[in-house]
Design a binder for this molecule. Structure first.
Ligand code: NAD
Ligand code: DAU
Length: 355
């Protein structure tokens, strides 16, 4: 049985990590979850509210802290031993897999200061790989399609697992570096690792710095939405729910040492996405501002997901983008307490950058 019993989810208080923890709690009722999250500006403990307390252990801490990671893995094991020895009925199984989301994730921030990106995304991944090596753990590394650079707007080509690495931003370069470490630790030390490179996710719990939540909350807060450049850049949108099911498929059924691209054929230009948001929120199509483009901004991402669909039988299920957008808008409408505390500082930071 390659299904893990107790997973360590790094970055589980962030956007995709929190959605993944909710997904596992709902879909895999026998799996125990420990979250390790530093709670940077991008993480919130509240994003995990509602996950049953007997399934989840939350640890606030840094993945770069090798001592803490080691304590967490050994203490979990010892605690289990102690529980078994005292005849506890539901002994906690030891952590047997790491699902690694923790990262600095925002391109614009990486352009202002790459330091935390190199530390968390590269050093942090190294710490986890060493822990996986010492303890013989399975590890799944969550990465991005941005490691492949960008595509031209008008070419038919999409990214595949064979596309060359060509990252454009400090963020994507740091993610590319982390992918290389994972492959090297698999090949050199036999660490049982897999990697997924996914396209742009949308859904609940996404920070208001990111494109879709920023525009939705701008409209809700009475601020005009902001489009970078002409808005011709294309992103390949996928519901975060579909990304979560893909990660589970790879974690449990993926071939060790392999990389899988994850996407849902959701290519759309930024201006089309923005116009859809405006229409669905009852605003006029021109009710937004053009602002400065991102330096070096990638033109287009597009994923060919043939490998994961053929090999693992994974399929995206939430492919009606308009419906997904409506659900996302509704979530931000009903969760103002979740995002309002971040809104002003985020917009102030953008104002200073000319975005
Ligand atoms: P996010 O910024 O919303 O969340 C990141 C989480 O990691 C936060 O909870 C933060 O507190 C935590 N964290 C940051 N540094 C840490 C550290 N040193 N130690 C422990 N925790 C730390 O990011 P996200 O959008 O959820 O992305 C998660 C992962 O998925 C990242 O690895 C990212 O590269 C990848 N990814 C994201 C997308 C996307 O569309 N958002 C697409 C493909 C891949
Ligand atoms: O492709 C996967 C990647 O998707 C992940 O690896 C990253 O972690 C995630 O942040 C995302 O990166 P992007 O740079 O594509 O996402 P972002 O939401 O920052 O921007 C999407 C597009 O929208 C991009 O072309 C820039 C543009 N944009 C962004 C913002 C914040 C705007 O036009 N206006 C905005 O206000």
């Amino acid at each position: 049985d390659s299904r893990p019993h107790h997973i360590l989810v790094t970055g589980g208080a962030g956007f995709i990590g929190a959605n993944f923890v909710h997904w596992v709690a709902r879909e895999q009722p026998d799996v125990r979850i420990t979250v390790l999250d530093k709670l940077t500006y991008a993480g919130k403990r509240e994003s995990l509210d509602g996950v049953p307390a007997d399934r989840l252990t939350f640890v606030r801490g840094d993945i770069c802290d090798a001592g803490l990671v080691e304590t967490l893995l050994t203490e979990a094991a010892e605690r289990d031993g102690a529980m078994v020895a005292t005849g506890a009925i539901s002994a906690m199984p030891p952590i047997d897999a790491i699902v690694h989301f923790a990262a600095e994730s925002h391109n614009d921030n990486s352009i202002l200061d790459a330091t935390p990106f190199l530390r968390t995304n590269i050093d942090g991944t190294y710490v986890l790989l060493e822990a996986a090596r010492r303890h013989g753990l399975r590890i799944h590394h969550i990465s991005t399609d941005e490691v492949y650079g960008d595509l031209a707007l008008d070419e038919p080509r999409k990214f595949t697992e064979a596309s060359p690495y060509k990252p454009s931003s400090p963020y994507s370069a740091s993610k590319a570096a982390s992918d290389h470490l994972v492959r090297a630790w698999h090949r050199t030390y036999g660490v049982r690792a897999t990697i997924s490179n996914c396209s742009n996710n949308y859904g609940p719990y996404q920070h208001v710095e990111k494109f879709i939540p920023r525009q939705v909350t701008n409209v809700l807060a009475g601020i005009r939405p902001k489009l970078y450049g002409t808005g011709a850049a294309v992103r390949d949108w996928i519901s975060v729910e579909d990304h979560c099911s893909a990660i589970w498929a790879i974690l449990t059924r993926g071939r060790i040492g392999e990389t899988y691209l994850v996407g849902a054929d959701g290519e759309m230009s930024n201006i089309d996405v923005l116009r859809m948001i405006l229409a669905r929120m009852g605003r006029r199509p021109d009710d937004f501002d053009h602002v400065g483009d991102r330096p070096g901004g990638d033109k287009r991402y597009a994923i060919d997901a043939t490998k994961i669909t053929r090999e693992l039988g994974w399929r995206p299920r939430h492919t009606d983008f308009a419906e997904g957008l409506d659900e996302t808008i509704a979530w931000y409408r009903t969760h103002e307490n979740w995002w309002i505390p971040d809104k002003q500082a985020t917009e102030e930071k953008y104002r200073l950058q000319g975005h």
